[in-house]
Design a protein around this ligand. Sequence first.
Ligand SMILES: *Cc1c(COP(=O)(O)O)cnc(C)c1O
Length: 365
Amino acid sequence: MSHPLLDLTPLTATHFADIERRVASLLRTEQDVVIMQGEALLPLEGCIKGAAHPGSTALNVVTGPYGQTFGNWLRDAGANVIDLAVPFHTAVTAAQIEQALAEHPGIDFVSLVHAEAATGNTNPVAEIGEVVRAHGALFMVDAVASVGAEPLLTDEWGVDLCVIGAQKAMGGPAGVSAVSVSGRAWERMAANPAAPRRSYLSLLDWKERWIDGGRRALLHAPAQLEMLALEACLERIETETLDAVIARHASAAAAMRAGVLALGGGPAPYVHEAREAAPVATTLRAPAGVDASELVAKALAVDPSVPLIAGGGALASEMIRVNHYGVDAAPGVVESSLAALGAALGEYGLTADVEAARKAASTAW
Ligand SMILES: *Cc1c(COP(=O)(O)O)cnc(C)c1O
């Protein structure tokens, strides 16, 4: 029996290299791009283990849970780690980074999350890139939640290691991911005796065996379905245009924020300043005395199609996430999310004005 997902012809090296080129264009980079055969945590860990080592000093910016994960990997790699944590309702500023660099001149690596889907904030990478470059440290950015949702100018911003996944704003597969690597970053890894080699985590393996070999022989059979899905998702973005996809996410975030403010009934934007709120997802603070997980469950019982989820871990009781990304960055999804939230608030006896919320959202879009 034939099946659309089975009996596929193998993905060729030429085809693989072509998908890499399209990712590089999406990232606005002329640097090497490696498509890693696993979810985005694979290149993120590969970058950190490749660049950090005993004797290196890393500035790890924590604006959400992913920054906490990076700090743990950096410590595992033996680096001296300086954590710069900011409250999750805000973004880090370039001035804070500049001050940390001035206080610790030995910093040779900076890790930063561009946008955090988990907390709903976005950080000013362009300005931060300038101060990191002036200091001379290697700059790693996790752009999984920003790619496709907001501008991402890898080379212009001086990002040495830029990691993306397709599963958020790109509306693509979660099983492959990509990283752009600057010449400086390759040099750093090559000089690091502790960098993973002959390992699934190794970026150097891809450099030596794939890139330096002229992209003729893949290291192993690629994750074929995920690669084809990534290609389809790049094609769809190219057709809609990246600018239009980014504008759709900006509109969704603006509409959701305006809608919630007009809705009333208690929930408020979690990120205080609109300019620090990520276009990929809007986070809300649950009304006083209301458990966010329970509120989300009630909203999903009203409308199971809305992209609502409670915050992860310790945030589960206080944070509501509206994941308006990918195809869900659409006016109808924002409206139904507001309607479901309004209905759920009603069950607590809280008064929400769904009609006013709809109007405000539609105006803001
Ligand atoms: C979603 C996301 C990832 C990928 O992690 P998953 O939990 O597998 O989705 C990595 N970094 C950031 C900032 C993300 O938002």
